[in-house]
Design a protein around this ligand. Structure first.
Ligand code: ADP
Ligand code: MG
Length: 700
């Protein structure tokens, strides 16, 4: 059957065999013919272009020359022995060199014959040469071939060491593309391809490897990119549409005694407009009868927690329970303390469940969850253990989502017949369109405003030699009654955490801030949970003025009186981490400061990160720079976020294609939600066949 041609194991291709097949599989994930066709070149060399020798300079990349060969000779002795020939064209002369295995080449090279030469220019003491060039006798017929783009593939060192180079790959690809059996069905319907001027799948695969023109290569890339986004968008649209049709969510229509009571008598500040808007969006979802899956984006300190509390109260008003999951024990504990405090006086029972909850306490919590006595359960991923059963879980809030694996999230609600509403809160905001692309099946809400009482944090860079000034500044702040964090990067060496920097730092800081005049907390991940909790509490209560810590305090920790954040070796941190850390200050009404300690000479990305931090407080702007420096895969943690790895699509740059593909997918699903029309049968088949390719960031 023709369709199966592309599923043929790669080892059956001429020139492969079992051993090379193993290398292809291990190195570039090529198992079948079709995989090889999707192993795309990352650039092309124009082999129809001939460069003049006089145009060459030290910066010339790989180029093609044509000229007469003369003065072929072997020179040097022992290890310096080499074959040299001069290539002469109308404009100049360049030396061609061979150091290895030149006996054979020496035999075939012809003095005074014309050759086409291809290679990379080297400069040695100002003199240009090409070592080990590709060289072939000039054939006037070559001129008639016109456009000749030769693909260059992204090869690994191992492939190269086995002589499996771009030419080799191309020879394999050609066998497949030029076989009469090569056929490939197009799962994107004509109704989409035609109006968007997209070429067929078959043609795109062909011209990616053997482009007949530059336009053909571009059109192929456009088609493949579209396909990557379209497939992703089809899946999201299908999930959304299914969820929408099933009407399987808790319908929470009670407008709520608790909510009103809380709003009027417990809330100590005015909500920002953005918070109000987002609460409304969520309320609409929760009343709709559909299960909500919403992503709440908001910069550090934008007040996401209070939004979550509003939603949980709505849920309790409708006789269901709520839970909130945080990535660390510190954070869960802190949420528990604040929340309990905020709802004091309301008839609500809040409990905390973490890995260090005692067995006895845990058992009683489990009991009360089942009986419905507990209204809100806060915790770490201890919440998703199997025996944690709610009587009626109506809403699950997940805080600081980037720390969680996808699988962990899913378990929360799988066991319930009616799935709870889900609110995922993230503090690593990314541009809205990007968020909607990646989390296509989630609704996205954004808090784009900070509470009014905030003063922007002042951020500066200080080199190590200004340490004593920095410490003096801290003293002044402490004198004013403020507190400070000093954060050290944690170094991981062969799987072990190295606390040396932190401990040395502690000693150094102590030398500036003598005990007992000053009190210092020390915090790191290896401490026992109860010690951590105690240190956190001492700092919160103002017993200690300085908190020396690793990044365990990175997310969510809230001590409004802390006004200085010193980040040691800040050039070693990533942008989003720096921004998160900085977000630990500036939480009260006082002016806050972030001091980025660095060494003196920074490399480009580090310099750019530090400059960005000094220039802006806006998390969305920072994430854009981060995307530019690292690419979306790394920023979102591709695997963790469930984002498929795109071969060609660039989530940041290809916005036009992304938009087209999303609209096309939405249109199809709107008109044919189950894809039962004949024209969509291939599409349906394709989606079903590939549904396990990527692990989804699906929340339900
Ligand atoms: P994040 O969005 O980073 O999780 P939090 O929810 O921890 O931020 O809120 C940070 C601080 O701001 C908390 O102390 C919270 O009580 C306070 N806060 C939240 N909303 C407002 C508001 N509208 N006005 C003033 N303070 C607020
Ligand atoms: Mg938070």
């Amino acid at each position: 059957m023709k369709r199966d041609f592309l599923s043929t194991p790669i080892e059956y291709l001429k020139g492969v065999g079992p051993q090379k097949a193993e290398v292809l599989q291990a190195e570039i994930n090529v198992f079948r013919y079709g995989d090889l066709l999707r192993f795309f070149p990352f650039r092309y060399i124009d082999k129809s272009k001939i460069t003049s020798i006089s145009e060459l300079n030290e910066e010339s990349a790989a180029i093609q020359l044509r000229g007469k060969l003369s003065n072929i000779r072997v020179i040097g002795a022992d290890r310096g022995k080499r074959l040299v020939a001069n290539l002469i064209d109308k404009t100049g002369v360049i030396e061609l060199l061979w150091f290895k295995n030149y006996q054979y080449i020496l035999k075939v090279l012809k003095e005074d014959a014309h050759y086409t030469v291809y290679g990379k220019v080297n400069a040695f003491m100002g003199k240009l040469s090409i070592a080990h060039p590709e060289i072939k006798l000039y054939d006037p017929k070559d001129d008639e071939k016109g456009y000749q783009m030769e693909p260059v593939y992204p090869l690994t060192e191992k492939l190269k060491s086995r002589f499996m180079d771009s030419k080799y790959i191309l020879s394999l690809v050609k066998q497949i593309l030029q076989s009469p059996e090569f056929e490939c069905l197009d799962h994107i319907p004509d109704s989409v391809l035609k109006p968007l001027n997209l070429i067929s799948r078959k043609s795109a695969l062909y011209h990616m490897h053997l482009p007949s023109s530059e336009q053909a290569a571009l059109a192929s890339a456009r088609r493949i990119k579209f396909e990557e986004m379209f497939t992703l968008a089809m899946r999201s649209e299908k999930i959304k549409s299914k969820r929408w049709q099933e009407m399987n969510g808790f319908k929470m229509t009670q407008s709520g005694v608790l909510l009103k009571e809380f709003y009027h008598n417990h809330l100590s500040f005015e909500l920002t407009d953005a918070q109000k808007r987002v609460i409304k969006e969520i309320r609409t979802d929760m009343r709709s009868g559909h299960q909500m899956n919403r992503l709440l984006q908001g910069d550090v300190g934008s007040g996401k927690t209070i939004v979550a509390l509003f939603c949980m109260l709505m849920c309790i008003d409708n006789n269901a329970q709520a839970c909130m999951m945080a990535p660390t024990e510190i954070l869960a504990t802190q949420h528990y303390i604040t929340l309990k405090d905020q709802v004091q006086g309301l008839p609500i029972k809040v409990e905390l469940l973490t890995g260090s909850t005692s067995k006895k306490k845990r058992n009683s919590i489990l009991e009360e969850l089942k009986s419905g006595d507990i209204h809100i359960l806060i915790g770490t991923h201890a919440l998703i253990e199997n025996d944690v059963e709610f009587q009626k879980l109506g809403l699950a809030v997940i805080d600081e989502q980037h720390r969680f694996g996808v699988a962990q999230r899913a378990e929360l609600w799988n066991k319930y017949k009616t799935k709870p509403h889900v609110l995922v809160m993230t503090a690593t905001p990314i541009p809205r369109t990007l968020a909607m692309t990646i989390h296509g099946e989630l609704e996205v809400s954004v808090i784009d405003e900070l509470p009014k009482n905030r003063k922007p944090i002042r951020t500066v860079q200080r080199e190590e030699r200004y340490r004593s000034e920095v410490m003096e500044f801290l003293k002044l702040e402490i004198l004013k009654g403020r507190q400070a964090y000093i954060v050290y990067p944690l170094i991981e060496e062969s799987g072990k955490l190295n606390l040396n920097d932190l401990m040395n730092g502690y000693d150094l800081v102590c030398s500036f801030f003598p005990i007992p005049q000053y009190q210092i907390s020390l915090m790191h991940g290896k401490l026992k949970p109860e010690v951590k909790a105690l240190e956190m509490q001492r700092f919160k209560d103002g017993v200690t003025q300085i908190m020396i810590s690793t990044t365990v305090i990175e997310v969510g920790v809230n001590v409004p009186n802390a006004s200085v954040m010193v980040i040691e070796d800040s050039n070693r941190f990533g942008l989003s981490q720096l921004h998160q850390l900085r977000g630990r200050v500036g939480r009260g009404a006082e002016q806050s400061y972030c001091i980025l300690m660095t060494k003196e000479d920074l490399n480009y990305p580090a310099k750019r990160r530090i400059q960005t931090m000094c220039a802006t407080n806006n998390g969305f702007d920072i994430s854009e720079v981060d995307l530019e420096l690292r690419g979306p895969g790394d920023v979102m943690g591709t695997r963790q976020s469930g984002l498929p790895e795109f071969k060609l699509l660039d989530l940041v740059k290809d916005t036009e294609i992304i938009d087209l593909a999303k609209r096309a997918a939405a249109y199809i699903i709107k008109n044919d939600p189950t894809l039962e029309k004949a024209e969509h049968s291939l599409l349906l088949e394709y989606l079903l066949a590939h549904q396990d390719d990527h692990f989804w960031s699906r929340v339900s």
